[in-house]
Write a protein that binds this ligand. Structure first.
Ligand SMILES: NC(=O)c1ccc[n+]([C@@H]2O[C@H](COP(=O)([O-])OP(=O)(O)OC[C@H]3O[C@@H](n4cnc5c(N)ncnc54)[C@H](OP(=O)(O)O)[C@@H]3O)[C@@H](O)[C@H]2O)c1
Length: 288
């Protein structure tokens, strides 16, 4: 028996540590939150040492680290440094969800899986070069889908697809160009699952192209800022059938995203050896 309280150490590269991340942590049962802002990789080591050398080894599970902030690349750099600082059993559990990228991607793929088989599916991820799109492509690839990762630039699509394939260990993801009606129509051919992960407030697909494609069973738009990323999908859509397509908007996916986020925070305090990245967070989401 231990009377230790659950401490979450929030590492945030932004000038202000995210209020959103703190509120979710409290709602998920973190009892004390230490928030650090403007954190850079070279500041990680003393913060980790403070976490691992203070309580006895049997109590390490009562301390965990959350990496948030808006910049996913900086968050990834903090995670790398943090994992390099742990040694042997001297570590605490850690979760990376910079800009909500991991929880959002996990929620999108879990929502899709409820409506269409992913194994053997052909999926198109619009805006696939961003942090959310890359993770969606990776999780879909893990599920056995053949994934087209779209960008306005053929080179960026190809380079990002290669990175995702390296993570997967299989060439499941192909980069495709989609910036106008014709190349987007080409990218849509035979697609059963469409995920739009483009930047906020950017329309990537017209309603005519969505309904005209013919093969789409499920479509998910992760952009919450008008105009919609996929025209005709409402931000509140949650498994809403439109023209024979099951549709989700960003807020429709958001409820599941929040559930996943809270469950992941709770799981950090179960043991001291968890590293919750996109895949681990997706696995947690599948149990909900
Ligand atoms: N619900 C939530 O909690 C939540 C959490 C995180 C993210 N989101 C939403 O999920 C979406 C993806 O997030 P993210 O951070 O991965 O997005 P992002 O990095 O801002 O953008 C994703 C991709 O969109 C493309 N893009 C940017 N500007 C464009 C333009 N003017 N026209 C066409 N394409 C453009 C870019 O690809 P190319 O330059 O390669 O074409 C970029 O890599 C966003 O809409 C975001 O708001 C929601």
């Amino acid at each position: 028996m231990t009377d230790k309280r659950n401490i979450l150490i929030q590492l945030d590269p932004d000038a202000q540590a995210s209020t959103f991340d703190r509120v979710v942590a409290v709602d998920a049962g973190a009892e004390v939150i230490f928030s650090h802002h403007s954190v850079t990789p070279d500041q990680v080591e003393p913060l980790v040492h403070g976490a691992i050398f203070t309580r006895g080894q049997e109590d390490l599970r009562h301390t965990a680290i959350f990496i948030g902030g808006t910049d996913v690349t900086q968050g990834e750099a903090l995670l790398r440094r943090l994992l390099a600082t742990f040694f042997g059993p001297m570590r605490v559990s850690v979760m990376l969800d910079a800009n909500g990228a991991n929880t959002t991607a996990a929620a999108a793929v879990i929502a899709a899986k409820k409506h269409t088989p992913l194994e053997g599916a052909t999926a198109l991820v619009l805006g696939g070069t961003g942090p959310v799109g890359q993770r969606v492509a990776m999780l879909l690839g893990k599920e056995g889908a053949t994934v087209r990762l779209a960008s306005r630039s053929a080179q960026r699509a190809k380079d990002t697809a290669a990175q995702v394939n390296q993570t997967l260990g299989h060439p499941r993801v192909t980069g495709v160009e989609a910036y106008n009606h014709d190349n987007t129509a080409q990218a849509l051919k035979g697609v059963s699952l469409l995920v739009a992960a483009g930047a906020a407030g950017v329309k990537l697909l017209s309603q005519e192209q969505l309904t005209g494609a013919g093969s789409i069973k499920a479509a998910i738009d992760l952009n919450a800022v008008p105009p919609a990323g996929i025209e005709g999908i409402d931000v509140m859509d949650k498994a809403k059938e439109r023209h024979g397509i099951v549709c989700y908007g960003a807020i429709g996916v958001g409820g599941l995203k929040m559930k996943i986020h809270k469950a992941a925070i709770r799981s950090l305090f179960e043991s001291n050896d968890k590293t919750l990245d996109a895949e681990a967070i997706y696995a947690i989401g599948q149990t909900l």
